[in-house]
Design a protein around this ligand. Structure first.
Ligand code: NAD
Length: 369
């Protein structure tokens, strides 16, 4: 299919407003930027760096950001970018600065950190463009990964959603796919609420112990050896085996599309909180719903990071960010789950309907649109 056809195939009444392909011939830096919608304000969205990131993925993630930002009541639209490179093998500062110079004129896009990028990368982008969120402390940033902003929101969301299952948090089992910036603090925040982590994974494999894993020890092992599979007191399985483990709560916190129609039937959980972006395909979410598994969509559950980024951008503090995460995610989770109960719909359908109405209302205020 022609590239133009592919890009416009997914366009609708909301966006995307701009799809930009970047190529810098000297360094061969390749990137995609999608600005989905800016009716509420300049688009905030992460910069993903991965060798296999695609335009379709960036496009879907940009839409998720439009919905996430509008649901969180932020004065920002949604966007996303993907740099096609392996962060482990390239000269990252050089690639990031090249990317930043290429997006300097794209003023309606404010970059933030995502998989493969961090606060230092945002500092380089800020240095080149004077626009970035998720900055280091020294530049006035709130270190959102260090404080576990997204994970805190995931924990808040779990606390609200558990009443709709219903589920007792105390002693409930938990599996987490991916033990990175979202996965690790999610394990911590949920452990504080009495939940028992029984399995987690990274790109090297899964560690499983039905009697429970010690979260602090696991974090130490991941930090010192590079993988959770080096934790001693547990069974080592393949990364993909995590999905099949029977659990009360499952938090996907790694790559997109880990659950699709092809494997949705093996998932054995009562409640799924989407810590990652687009971890479950829409049809798989419906299949899970039909099997009585409650799935809270990404743009509702994992908004903690972007709420913090927006608080930072507008000069607020860490305390204000935590308060806003709690109030926003509590309200949104309840609103969506009440709609599911009363209207016999499923969570993503309810969430998309509410988010879309808000974007369309924001668009009405903008004469140029
Ligand atoms: P990260 O790079 O810190 O961690 C990702 C983890 O996933 C790592 O432990 C990695 O080993 C693991 N992983 C990679 N491939 C895997 C595989 N095939 N199986 C199992 N584990 C695998 O990234 P992150 O910041 O924690 O982000 C994770 C997800 O959450 C992404 O989808 C991201 O877009 C989303 N998200 C992150 C934030 C944030 O604040 N960091 C906010 C919202 C959404």
């Amino acid at each position: 299919m022609d590239i133009t056809e592919n890009v416009f195939k997914l366009a609708d009444e909301i966006g995307p407003e701009r799809v930009v392909f970047l190529y810098e011939p000297r360094t061969q830096m390749k990137a995609i930027v999608v600005v989905d919608n800016v009716a509420a304000g300049p688009a905030i969205g992460g910069v993903r760096m991965a060798p296999d990131v695609t335009a379709t993925e960036v496009r879907r993630l940009a839409r998720a950001m439009t919905y996430k930002n509008v649901m969180a009541g932020l004065p920002h639209g949604g966007g996303k970018s993907g740099i096609i490179a392996d962060p482990k093998t390239v000269n990252k500062e050089h690639v990031i600065r090249t990317f930043a110079r290429a997006i300097k004129s794209l003023e309606e896009y404010i970059p933030g950190p995502d998989m493969g990028t961090d606060e230092s990368d945002m500092a380089y982008i800020y240095d080149e463009t004077s626009r970035a969120v998720g900055l280091p402390l020294e530049l006035g940033g709130i270190p959102l990964d260090e404080i576990g902003a997204t994970a805190y929101g995931v924990a808040v969301c779990t606390e609200v959603a558990k009443d709709y299952v219903p589920l007792d948090m105390n002693g409930a089992s938990l599996t987490i796919e991916g033990f990175g910036n979202v996965g690790r603090p999610t394990a911590r925040f949920l452990a504080e609420r009495g939940v028992k982590l029984i399995a987690t994974s990274d790109s090297k494999g899964t560690i499983y112990n039905p009697a429970g894993l010690n979260v602090e020890e696991l974090i130490r092992i991941k930090d010192t050896t590079g993988s959770v599979i080096n934790y001693k007191d547990g069974q080592v399985l393949k990364s993909t085996d995590l999905l099949m483990i029977k659990t009360d709560i499952f938090v996907p916190a790694a790559r997109p599309d880990v659950v699709t129609d092809a494997n949705a039937d093996v998932v054995d959980a009562k409640l799924i909180i989407e810590g990652a972006n687009i971890p479950i395909s829409e049809t798989a979410e419906r299949m899970l719903h039909e099997r009585g598994i409650l799935v809270i969509p990404d743009f509702v559950a994992n908004a903690g990071g972007v709420i913090t980024a927006s608080v930072e951008y507008h000069g607020g503090t860490e305390t204000q960010a935590f308060e806003r995460i709690k109030s926003t995610i509590t309200r949104n989770t309840k609103e969506i789950l009440d709609a599911v109960k009363n209207e016999k719909t499923y969570p993503r359908e309810a969430a998309v309907r509410i988010a879309k109405q808000r974007v369309l209302r924001a668009m009405k205020y903008r004469e140029w649109m």
